[in-house]
Design a protein around this ligand. Structure first.
Ligand SMILES: [Zn+2]
Length: 258
């Protein structure tokens, strides 16, 4: 079955679960085998073992500060689960593939693949990629919940299907971190390096995230497009990419980020 069809089925099931008031049941199931390490003002963190309450509290407080920089009026209502094994993650997240983390925004849940969450670092999926700080990954995931709330469930779902680069680019832009090496990404984007690097190393999703972040940075940071126009404007992606390439070439725009 195609990934897109699977994604639609999962989203329909998510919406049905919400309608049938099964969201609390889903979150209860996600918590099986894990311990509640933190719960306050809408953020609950479940992890393995005991004695990590202070770390979980710091993580939640940092997340609140980061979110307030994006939108001071947003207060999240989410549960975060740090899974202990890849199988646990895939089953609980109903994950397609093996991403670092996954948010079920309708069910107000975010799940992470196994990681040493107290070290604030997640190992890359492939050696060609960069490790990522957990706080930036958690911010990225929480911003999906924010997008869903801000856009509404239907618009969020439509955008995931038709303009997923905006959905991902917005989160990557604000969480200010990339798994894809920036210099390499810019060379591939500009045509100076071969795209084969992406296909042969099976890092297409990460390159997509990189380009999504680049487009979003160009629009929000460089062109000062306001967020509501960012969401409502239908950009021609090829045209936008050509414009960015030209701006990079003329050195009027620089993607100076990590
Ligand atoms: Zn994402």
């Amino acid at each position: 079955m195609k990934k897109n069809r699977k994604r639609i089925i999962i989203t329909v099931l998510e919406v049905l679960a919400v309608l049938l008031l099964l969201a609390p049941v889903y979150r209860l199931a996600c918590g099986i085998g894990l311990k509640k390490a933190y719960s306050k003002n809408g953020i609950t963190i479940y992890a393995d073992g005991v004695g990590h309450k202070e770390e979980a509290k710091q993580m939640a407080e940092k997340l609140r500060v980061q979110l307030s920089e994006v939108d001071s009026e947003y207060s999240p209502k989410i549960s975060v689960y740090f899974c202990r094994t890849m199988a646990e993650f895939q089953i609980k997240a109903i994950a397609i593939g093996k991403p670092i983390a996954l948010s079920r925004t309708n069910l107000k849940a975010t799940l992470f693949r196994p990681c040493d969450w107290m070290k604030n670092s997640i190992e890359p999926r492939k050696p060609e990629l960069l490790p990522r700080s957990l706080s930036s990954a958690l911010l990225h995931e929480t911003l999906h919940h924010y997008e869903r709330e801000k856009l509404g469930a239907i618009r969020f779902f439509i955008k995931m299907r038709s303009e997923n680069w905006k959905i991902e680019g917005f989160c990557e832009y604000h969480s200010a971190s990339s798994s894809f090496p920036i210099d390499k990404g810019l060379r591939i984007f500009s045509g100076e390096d071969n795209y084969d690097f992406v296909t042969s190393n099976e890092i297409k999703p990460e390159y997509f995230y990189f380009v999504s972040r680049l487009r979003t940075d160009y629009l929000l940071n460089f062109k000062k497009v306001n967020e509501s126009d960012y969401w409502s404007t239908k950009y021609d992606e090829d045209q936008l990419d050509d414009e960015i390439r030209q701006a990079l070439k003329e050195k009027i725009y620089a993607f100076t980020v990590q």
